[in-house]
Design a binder for this molecule. Structure first.
Ligand SMILES: [Zn+2]
Length: 409
Protein backbone atom coordinates (compact mmCIF):
# COMPACT_ATOMS: atom_id res chain seq x y z
CA UNK A 1 0.00 0.00 0.00
CA UNK A 2 1.38 3.43 -0.90
CA UNK A 3 1.52 5.91 1.90
CA UNK A 4 1.81 9.64 1.78
CA UNK A 5 4.88 11.71 2.17
CA UNK A 6 4.95 15.26 3.33
CA UNK A 7 8.44 16.14 2.23
CA UNK A 8 8.15 19.13 -0.08
CA UNK A 9 7.56 17.34 -3.34
CA UNK A 10 9.62 18.81 -6.12
CA UNK A 11 6.91 18.04 -8.58
CA UNK A 12 4.66 15.39 -9.91
CA UNK A 13 5.70 12.00 -11.20
CA UNK A 14 6.98 12.99 -14.66
CA UNK A 15 9.11 15.69 -13.16
CA UNK A 16 10.66 13.19 -10.73
CA UNK A 17 11.34 10.78 -13.62
CA UNK A 18 13.13 13.45 -15.65
CA UNK A 19 15.06 14.82 -12.72
CA UNK A 20 16.19 11.33 -11.74
CA UNK A 21 17.51 10.72 -15.27
CA UNK A 22 19.36 14.03 -15.33
CA UNK A 23 20.83 13.33 -11.89
CA UNK A 24 22.13 9.92 -12.94
CA UNK A 25 23.75 11.13 -16.17
CA UNK A 26 27.36 12.19 -15.75
CA UNK A 27 27.51 14.72 -18.60
CA UNK A 28 23.90 15.80 -18.78
CA UNK A 29 21.22 14.90 -21.31
CA UNK A 30 19.47 16.66 -24.14
CA UNK A 31 15.69 16.94 -24.28
CA UNK A 32 15.65 14.47 -27.19
CA UNK A 33 17.64 11.94 -25.15
CA UNK A 34 15.34 12.48 -22.17
CA UNK A 35 12.30 11.77 -24.32
CA UNK A 36 13.91 8.56 -25.60
CA UNK A 37 14.96 7.40 -22.14
CA UNK A 38 11.73 8.18 -20.32
CA UNK A 39 9.17 7.40 -23.00
CA UNK A 40 7.61 10.83 -22.40
CA UNK A 41 6.53 12.98 -25.32
CA UNK A 42 8.82 15.75 -26.59
CA UNK A 43 6.22 18.31 -25.48
CA UNK A 44 6.08 16.92 -21.93
CA UNK A 45 9.88 16.88 -21.69
CA UNK A 46 9.99 20.49 -22.89
CA UNK A 47 7.35 21.63 -20.39
CA UNK A 48 8.89 19.79 -17.45
CA UNK A 49 12.42 20.97 -18.37
CA UNK A 50 11.21 24.56 -18.39
CA UNK A 51 9.79 24.15 -14.87
CA UNK A 52 12.99 22.50 -13.64
CA UNK A 53 15.08 25.36 -15.03
CA UNK A 54 12.72 27.96 -13.53
CA UNK A 55 12.98 26.38 -10.08
CA UNK A 56 16.77 26.28 -10.40
CA UNK A 57 17.06 22.49 -10.08
CA UNK A 58 18.44 22.06 -13.59
CA UNK A 59 20.54 24.32 -15.80
CA UNK A 60 21.29 24.48 -19.50
CA UNK A 61 24.94 23.57 -19.92
CA UNK A 62 25.98 24.28 -23.49
CA UNK A 63 25.22 22.48 -26.71
CA UNK A 64 26.30 19.12 -28.03
CA UNK A 65 26.58 18.17 -31.69
CA UNK A 66 25.23 14.74 -32.26
CA UNK A 67 25.29 13.72 -35.92
CA UNK A 68 23.44 15.78 -38.52
CA UNK A 69 20.79 18.24 -37.41
CA UNK A 70 20.77 21.04 -34.90
CA UNK A 71 23.15 20.93 -31.91
CA UNK A 72 21.22 19.87 -28.81
CA UNK A 73 21.12 21.84 -25.59
CA UNK A 74 22.33 19.79 -22.63
CA UNK A 75 20.51 19.80 -19.30
CA UNK A 76 22.47 19.22 -16.12
CA UNK A 77 21.61 19.05 -12.45
CA UNK A 78 22.28 22.23 -10.49
CA UNK A 79 23.84 20.59 -7.43
CA UNK A 80 23.86 23.71 -5.30
CA UNK A 81 20.19 24.51 -5.73
CA UNK A 82 18.90 22.33 -2.88
CA UNK A 83 20.39 20.53 0.11
CA UNK A 84 19.54 17.78 2.59
CA UNK A 85 20.70 17.41 6.19
CA UNK A 86 21.63 14.01 7.61
CA UNK A 87 22.12 13.09 11.26
CA UNK A 88 23.30 9.83 12.73
CA UNK A 89 22.56 9.23 16.37
CA UNK A 90 25.02 6.63 17.61
CA UNK A 91 25.58 5.81 21.29
CA UNK A 92 29.20 6.99 20.98
CA UNK A 93 29.08 9.86 18.50
CA UNK A 94 26.52 12.04 16.73
CA UNK A 95 27.38 12.92 13.14
CA UNK A 96 25.84 15.77 11.14
CA UNK A 97 26.22 16.30 7.38
CA UNK A 98 24.89 18.66 4.71
CA UNK A 99 24.61 17.13 1.24
CA UNK A 100 24.03 18.90 -2.05
CA UNK A 101 21.80 17.46 -4.77
CA UNK A 102 24.59 15.28 -6.13
CA UNK A 103 25.16 13.75 -2.73
CA UNK A 104 28.42 15.63 -2.10
CA UNK A 105 29.09 16.42 1.56
CA UNK A 106 29.42 20.21 1.75
CA UNK A 107 29.60 20.51 5.55
CA UNK A 108 29.87 18.14 8.49
CA UNK A 109 30.41 18.06 12.22
CA UNK A 110 30.66 15.49 14.97
CA UNK A 111 30.11 15.46 18.69
CA UNK A 112 30.62 12.78 21.28
CA UNK A 113 27.25 11.52 22.53
CA UNK A 114 27.09 12.63 26.16
CA UNK A 115 26.71 9.60 28.39
CA UNK A 116 23.58 9.56 30.52
CA UNK A 117 22.27 12.80 28.96
CA UNK A 118 18.52 12.98 29.38
CA UNK A 119 16.79 12.74 25.99
CA UNK A 120 15.23 16.27 26.02
CA UNK A 121 18.62 17.83 26.74
CA UNK A 122 20.29 15.72 24.04
CA UNK A 123 17.60 16.57 21.47
CA UNK A 124 18.08 20.25 22.30
CA UNK A 125 21.83 20.00 21.74
CA UNK A 126 21.21 18.14 18.45
CA UNK A 127 18.95 20.97 17.25
CA UNK A 128 21.63 23.52 18.18
CA UNK A 129 24.32 21.55 16.37
CA UNK A 130 22.15 21.34 13.24
CA UNK A 131 21.42 25.09 13.29
CA UNK A 132 25.13 25.87 13.70
CA UNK A 133 26.08 23.55 10.85
CA UNK A 134 23.49 25.10 8.53
CA UNK A 135 24.78 28.58 9.42
CA UNK A 136 28.40 27.53 8.87
CA UNK A 137 27.59 25.91 5.51
CA UNK A 138 26.10 29.12 4.11
CA UNK A 139 23.03 27.23 2.88
CA UNK A 140 19.76 29.18 3.06
CA UNK A 141 16.89 27.57 4.95
CA UNK A 142 14.59 27.68 1.92
CA UNK A 143 17.13 25.56 0.00
CA UNK A 144 16.88 22.72 2.53
CA UNK A 145 14.62 19.87 1.48
CA UNK A 146 14.56 18.23 4.86
CA UNK A 147 16.38 16.47 7.66
CA UNK A 148 17.00 12.73 7.76
CA UNK A 149 17.81 11.05 11.06
CA UNK A 150 19.44 7.63 11.25
CA UNK A 151 18.87 6.08 14.65
CA UNK A 152 19.47 2.68 16.21
CA UNK A 153 16.44 0.43 16.01
CA UNK A 154 13.87 -0.43 16.94
CA UNK A 155 11.92 2.60 15.75
CA UNK A 156 8.18 3.30 15.66
CA UNK A 157 8.01 4.73 12.17
CA UNK A 158 4.35 5.70 12.33
CA UNK A 159 5.04 7.99 15.27
CA UNK A 160 8.66 8.86 14.48
CA UNK A 161 9.75 7.48 17.81
CA UNK A 162 13.07 5.90 18.83
CA UNK A 163 11.85 3.01 20.97
CA UNK A 164 14.48 1.31 23.12
CA UNK A 165 17.90 1.72 21.54
CA UNK A 166 20.50 -0.52 23.13
CA UNK A 167 23.39 1.41 24.68
CA UNK A 168 21.56 4.75 24.82
CA UNK A 169 20.93 5.12 28.48
CA UNK A 170 17.56 6.58 29.49
CA UNK A 171 16.09 6.39 25.98
CA UNK A 172 12.64 4.92 25.94
CA UNK A 173 10.06 5.93 23.33
CA UNK A 174 11.67 9.28 22.51
CA UNK A 175 9.68 11.28 19.89
CA UNK A 176 12.84 12.35 18.09
CA UNK A 177 11.22 13.17 14.74
CA UNK A 178 8.60 15.56 16.09
CA UNK A 179 10.95 17.13 18.64
CA UNK A 180 13.44 18.09 15.91
CA UNK A 181 10.62 19.15 13.61
CA UNK A 182 9.37 21.50 16.30
CA UNK A 183 12.82 22.83 17.13
CA UNK A 184 13.96 23.40 13.54
CA UNK A 185 10.82 23.83 11.46
CA UNK A 186 12.17 21.47 8.80
CA UNK A 187 10.48 18.34 7.44
CA UNK A 188 12.03 15.39 9.27
CA UNK A 189 12.39 11.73 8.33
CA UNK A 190 13.40 9.05 10.85
CA UNK A 191 15.00 5.85 9.63
CA UNK A 192 16.82 2.92 11.14
CA UNK A 193 20.60 3.40 10.85
CA UNK A 194 21.23 0.27 8.78
CA UNK A 195 18.54 1.24 6.25
CA UNK A 196 20.17 4.66 5.93
CA UNK A 197 23.57 3.03 5.44
CA UNK A 198 22.38 0.83 2.60
CA UNK A 199 20.64 3.84 1.04
CA UNK A 200 23.97 5.73 1.00
CA UNK A 201 25.64 2.81 -0.69
CA UNK A 202 22.95 2.66 -3.39
CA UNK A 203 23.01 6.40 -3.93
CA UNK A 204 26.79 6.72 -4.16
CA UNK A 205 27.50 3.51 -6.05
CA UNK A 206 24.90 3.22 -8.67
CA UNK A 207 26.63 0.45 -10.54
CA UNK A 208 25.00 -2.20 -12.65
CA UNK A 209 24.76 -5.72 -11.27
CA UNK A 210 24.50 -4.78 -7.63
CA UNK A 211 20.82 -4.29 -7.05
CA UNK A 212 20.59 -6.83 -4.22
CA UNK A 213 22.93 -5.66 -1.52
CA UNK A 214 23.48 -6.26 2.17
CA UNK A 215 25.19 -3.68 4.36
CA UNK A 216 26.90 -5.01 7.48
CA UNK A 217 26.95 -1.97 9.73
CA UNK A 218 29.80 -2.22 12.21
CA UNK A 219 29.52 0.45 14.86
CA UNK A 220 29.08 0.51 18.62
CA UNK A 221 26.26 -1.91 17.82
CA UNK A 222 26.01 -4.04 14.69
CA UNK A 223 23.19 -4.42 12.19
CA UNK A 224 22.38 -5.47 8.67
CA UNK A 225 20.75 -3.21 6.06
CA UNK A 226 19.20 -4.80 2.99
CA UNK A 227 18.43 -3.53 -0.50
CA UNK A 228 16.49 -5.65 -2.97
CA UNK A 229 16.03 -4.59 -6.57
CA UNK A 230 17.92 -1.39 -5.86
CA UNK A 231 15.58 -0.21 -3.10
CA UNK A 232 16.26 -0.24 0.63
CA UNK A 233 14.09 -2.80 2.40
CA UNK A 234 12.36 -1.17 5.35
CA UNK A 235 9.86 -3.87 6.21
CA UNK A 236 6.32 -3.29 7.43
CA UNK A 237 7.33 -1.13 10.38
CA UNK A 238 10.73 0.25 9.35
CA UNK A 239 12.57 -2.33 11.40
CA UNK A 240 13.85 -4.77 8.78
CA UNK A 241 17.42 -5.99 9.02
CA UNK A 242 17.81 -7.25 12.54
CA UNK A 243 20.18 -10.16 12.14
CA UNK A 244 21.40 -10.01 15.73
CA UNK A 245 20.05 -13.36 16.86
CA UNK A 246 21.38 -15.55 14.05
CA UNK A 247 23.45 -18.16 15.86
CA UNK A 248 27.03 -18.19 14.64
CA UNK A 249 28.89 -20.04 17.39
CA UNK A 250 28.40 -22.52 20.21
CA UNK A 251 30.50 -20.27 22.41
CA UNK A 252 29.89 -16.96 24.10
CA UNK A 253 27.74 -15.63 26.89
CA UNK A 254 24.02 -16.32 26.93
CA UNK A 255 22.34 -13.55 24.93
CA UNK A 256 19.33 -11.64 26.28
CA UNK A 257 17.25 -13.80 23.91
CA UNK A 258 18.24 -16.86 25.94
CA UNK A 259 20.40 -18.46 23.25
CA UNK A 260 24.15 -18.69 23.11
CA UNK A 261 26.33 -17.57 20.21
CA UNK A 262 24.22 -14.80 18.65
CA UNK A 263 25.78 -12.78 15.80
CA UNK A 264 24.85 -9.44 17.35
CA UNK A 265 26.54 -10.17 20.67
CA UNK A 266 29.54 -12.10 19.40
CA UNK A 267 30.73 -9.60 16.81
CA UNK A 268 30.34 -6.38 18.83
CA UNK A 269 33.50 -4.29 19.26
CA UNK A 270 32.92 -4.72 23.02
CA UNK A 271 33.06 -8.53 22.66
CA UNK A 272 36.22 -8.29 20.54
CA UNK A 273 37.86 -6.28 23.31
CA UNK A 274 36.62 -8.66 26.01
CA UNK A 275 37.97 -11.65 24.05
CA UNK A 276 41.27 -9.84 23.59
CA UNK A 277 41.54 -9.30 27.34
CA UNK A 278 40.70 -12.98 28.00
CA UNK A 279 43.35 -14.14 25.50
CA UNK A 280 46.01 -11.79 26.82
CA UNK A 281 46.17 -9.72 23.62
CA UNK A 282 45.57 -6.71 25.83
CA UNK A 283 48.09 -6.93 28.64
CA UNK A 284 46.55 -4.51 31.11
CA UNK A 285 42.79 -4.90 31.48
CA UNK A 286 41.02 -1.56 31.98
CA UNK A 287 39.01 -0.81 35.08
CA UNK A 288 35.78 -0.29 33.17
CA UNK A 289 34.78 -0.92 29.55
CA UNK A 290 33.28 2.46 28.77
CA UNK A 291 32.63 3.37 25.12
CA UNK A 292 35.81 5.51 24.78
CA UNK A 293 37.88 2.69 26.35
CA UNK A 294 36.37 0.12 23.97
CA UNK A 295 37.16 2.43 21.07
CA UNK A 296 40.80 2.77 22.11
CA UNK A 297 41.37 -0.93 22.91
CA UNK A 298 39.65 -2.06 19.72
CA UNK A 299 42.29 -0.11 17.79
CA UNK A 300 45.02 -1.92 19.73
CA UNK A 301 43.56 -5.34 18.89
CA UNK A 302 43.34 -4.63 15.16
CA UNK A 303 46.86 -3.13 15.19
CA UNK A 304 48.19 -6.26 16.93
CA UNK A 305 46.51 -8.46 14.32
CA UNK A 306 47.93 -6.32 11.52
CA UNK A 307 51.39 -6.76 13.11
CA UNK A 308 50.89 -10.52 12.97
CA UNK A 309 50.65 -11.28 16.69
CA UNK A 310 49.36 -14.87 16.69
CA UNK A 311 46.72 -14.54 19.44
CA UNK A 312 45.33 -11.37 17.89
CA UNK A 313 45.28 -12.96 14.42
CA UNK A 314 43.46 -16.03 15.82
CA UNK A 315 40.92 -13.78 17.52
CA UNK A 316 40.25 -11.79 14.34
CA UNK A 317 39.99 -15.00 12.33
CA UNK A 318 37.33 -16.32 14.72
CA UNK A 319 35.49 -13.00 14.46
CA UNK A 320 35.56 -13.31 10.66
CA UNK A 321 34.15 -16.84 10.86
CA UNK A 322 31.28 -15.42 12.90
CA UNK A 323 30.66 -12.66 10.37
CA UNK A 324 30.78 -15.23 7.57
CA UNK A 325 28.26 -17.59 9.19
CA UNK A 326 25.80 -14.73 9.60
CA UNK A 327 26.37 -13.49 6.07
CA UNK A 328 25.90 -16.94 4.53
CA UNK A 329 22.51 -17.30 6.24
CA UNK A 330 21.36 -13.88 5.02
CA UNK A 331 22.77 -14.31 1.50
CA UNK A 332 21.05 -17.71 1.24
CA UNK A 333 17.77 -16.18 2.34
CA UNK A 334 17.81 -13.22 -0.06
CA UNK A 335 20.16 -14.33 -2.85
CA UNK A 336 22.25 -11.17 -2.47
CA UNK A 337 24.98 -10.31 -4.98
CA UNK A 338 27.03 -8.05 -2.78
CA UNK A 339 27.76 -7.50 0.89
CA UNK A 340 29.31 -4.21 1.98
CA UNK A 341 30.94 -3.62 5.36
CA UNK A 342 31.04 -0.16 6.87
CA UNK A 343 30.44 1.93 9.96
CA UNK A 344 32.73 3.68 12.44
CA UNK A 345 34.57 0.57 13.70
CA UNK A 346 35.02 -1.06 10.30
CA UNK A 347 37.89 1.07 8.95
CA UNK A 348 40.34 -0.31 11.49
CA UNK A 349 39.18 -3.87 10.99
CA UNK A 350 39.05 -3.90 7.18
CA UNK A 351 42.75 -4.51 6.57
CA UNK A 352 42.82 -7.68 8.68
CA UNK A 353 39.25 -8.86 8.19
CA UNK A 354 37.88 -8.20 4.72
CA UNK A 355 39.70 -10.95 2.83
CA UNK A 356 39.23 -13.39 5.70
CA UNK A 357 35.47 -12.86 5.75
CA UNK A 358 35.30 -13.29 1.96
CA UNK A 359 37.31 -16.51 2.19
CA UNK A 360 35.18 -17.96 4.99
CA UNK A 361 32.01 -17.10 3.06
CA UNK A 362 33.34 -18.67 -0.16
CA UNK A 363 34.49 -21.80 1.72
CA UNK A 364 31.22 -22.27 3.59
CA UNK A 365 29.53 -25.58 2.91
CA UNK A 366 26.21 -23.90 3.76
CA UNK A 367 26.46 -21.40 0.90
CA UNK A 368 23.81 -21.98 -1.75
CA UNK A 369 24.57 -19.20 -4.27
CA UNK A 370 26.67 -20.40 -7.22
CA UNK A 371 27.94 -17.06 -8.53
CA UNK A 372 30.63 -15.34 -6.49
CA UNK A 373 29.53 -12.88 -3.83
CA UNK A 374 31.29 -9.55 -3.84
CA UNK A 375 32.36 -8.58 -0.33
CA UNK A 376 33.77 -5.07 -0.06
CA UNK A 377 34.28 -2.15 2.26
CA UNK A 378 31.94 0.79 1.88
CA UNK A 379 33.54 3.62 -0.02
CA UNK A 380 31.21 6.09 1.67
CA UNK A 381 33.30 6.05 4.87
CA UNK A 382 32.56 6.12 8.58
CA UNK A 383 29.78 8.71 8.20
CA UNK A 384 27.74 6.37 6.01
CA UNK A 385 24.61 6.38 8.19
CA UNK A 386 24.41 10.20 8.40
CA UNK A 387 25.05 10.51 4.67
CA UNK A 388 22.45 7.81 4.04
CA UNK A 389 19.85 9.65 6.12
CA UNK A 390 20.37 12.73 3.93
CA UNK A 391 20.31 10.55 0.79
CA UNK A 392 16.90 9.25 1.88
CA UNK A 393 15.64 12.83 1.95
CA UNK A 394 17.00 13.40 -1.57
CA UNK A 395 15.68 10.05 -2.72
CA UNK A 396 12.27 10.67 -1.27
CA UNK A 397 12.11 14.04 -2.98
CA UNK A 398 13.40 12.97 -6.38
CA UNK A 399 12.93 9.28 -6.85
CA UNK A 400 10.14 8.35 -9.22
CA UNK A 401 9.45 5.09 -7.42
CA UNK A 402 6.49 5.04 -5.05
CA UNK A 403 7.75 6.03 -1.67
CA UNK A 404 6.79 4.19 1.47
CA UNK A 405 8.48 6.57 3.82
CA UNK A 406 6.44 8.22 6.49
CA UNK A 407 7.59 11.67 7.20
CA UNK A 408 6.68 14.12 9.92
CA UNK A 409 5.44 17.53 9.13
ZN1 LIG B 1 20.29 -13.58 20.88
Amino acid sequence: MRRGTNLPAVGEFNQAVILDRVRRSRDGLSRVELAELTGLSAQTVTNVSRRLIETGLVREAGKRINGPGKPRTILQLEPESRYAIGVHLDPAVITYVVLDLEGTVVAQSRARTPSAARPPRLVESMAQAISSLIAASGVRTEQILGLGIAAPGPIDDALGVVVDPPLLEGWHRVPLRDSLLEALGLPVLLEKDVTAAVAAELWMHDEAGSDDVGFFYYGTGVGFGIAVDHAPVRGSSGNAGDAGHIIVSDEGEVCRCGQRGCLGDLTLPRTVVQDAIARGVIAEPPRALTLPVIDELFGKVTAAAAAGEPEAVALIDELCRRFARGIVTIVNLLDLQRVVFGGPFWDRLAGVALERVARHVADSSALIRLAPISITSSAVGADVAAIGAACLVLDNTFSPRPSTLLIGR
